[in-house]
Ligand binder design. Sequence first.
Ligand code: KIV
Length: 281
Amino acid sequence: MAKLTIPDMINLKGQRPISWMTAYDFVQGQLVAAAGIDVILVGDSLGMTTLGFNTTLPVTIDHMVHHSAAVRRGAPDTLMIVDLPFLTYTEPGQALRNAGRVMQETLADGVKLEGGQAILPVVDALIKESIPVIGHLGLTPQSVHRMGGYKVQARSAEAIKVLVDDSRQLTEHGVSAIVLEGIPDRVAQYVTKEISVPTVGIGAGAGCDGQVLVFHDCLGLSSGYPKFARPFEDLRSRIIDGLSEYRVQVEARTFPNDQESYHVTDHEWAEFLSLVESTSP
Ligand code: KIV
């Protein structure tokens, strides 16, 4: 299958639902690509899923570049978007330098930024340099402290109006898609009808143009799940079972067996023993 481009992805709006999935390393990139997922997102959820932080705030541009380059090596032919992490796009010059690193060092197809009207100057600067930008509205994890936790957003009429205005503005300024996270389904459906680029939902109901899930949540690798995440596999317990069985077999000396071992011929072994004997003091 030919690699999907940013314009191809935009054109899928209204044609068919678009599948997005996060990935954070080489093997995950390979797996997501092999499953035929449309778009890989190297999210700054990297901080929680892979680096063991409690929030996305400690994630740096170096972390994102390091992991995204590995994902790209695993998925050279899949459209790949990379998150710019916390405080790496506070003004256009800084955003351009960091997005430039992502594009050049990871071969990403675009970057994702959290925020509405406040980030429009940054969006303009990146798009002017032909760096595709994906927006992210609603529950924006980089603002966890302002939100007072990971809470569903856009529940009041006023907040819905702000979100709808933000999505219109981002679209007018040229974003290629908007991730809508943690908002009521009706709001996401409304935005989806209002804007000309795809909406990608996570905890935003079924009415978006596409859906995105965190790799670990999708496959049952996480230890807890938000309400919106459906584990389509139970890999955490299957992996623990596999690792426990390995430990049991090591302890019982049933691993490795004869077929899993390398051998030397009787003749070479006898020679070796006589060599040792003849050279020992
Ligand atoms: O960081 C991330 O994985 C994300 C998705 C949850 C949309 O931003």
